[in-house]
Design a binder for this molecule. Structure first.
Ligand SMILES: [Zn+2]
Length: 111
């Protein structure tokens, strides 16, 4: 079982032997549980589909709202991140931006 480590920035990240989670989420035990379960469900490497799972969209909306109110959590939306002394590119985030860009373009074309 992966250890849970609380950090003051970002939202959550899953590593081989641990899960890092923003300590602000402790204020909302329901969201914290959701995020921990989500991170435990991640496989190693590229698995964007796990992040595309919107079956629990109500929890996701309250999570988005919570993130919006906590600017220190926004760093996870940056496609380039500074982790453990090096800059890493998060392919999942690039893909996510790509999908959002396409959605916005489609909305513009329709309305
Ligand atoms: Zn995820």
């Amino acid at each position: 079982m992966k250890r849970i480590i609380y950090i003051p920035w970002g939202i959550a990240n899953s590593y081989r032997n641990r899960i890092e989670i923003n300590s602000a989420l402790k204020q909302k035990p329901k969201l914290l549980r959701y995020v921990i379960n989500h991170e435990r469900g991640h496989k190693q490497g590229f698995d964007l589909w796990h992040d595309m799972d919107i079956r629990r969209y109500k929890t996701l909306i309250s999570l988005m709202w919570f993130i919006a109110k906590h600017p220190r959590m926004w760093s996870d939306f940056s496609p380039m991140q500074y982790r453990r002394g090096k800059i890493v590119y998060d392919l999942n985030v690039w893909m996510l931006y790509g999908i959002v860009a396409v959605l916005i373009a489609v909305l513009f074309l329709i309305f």
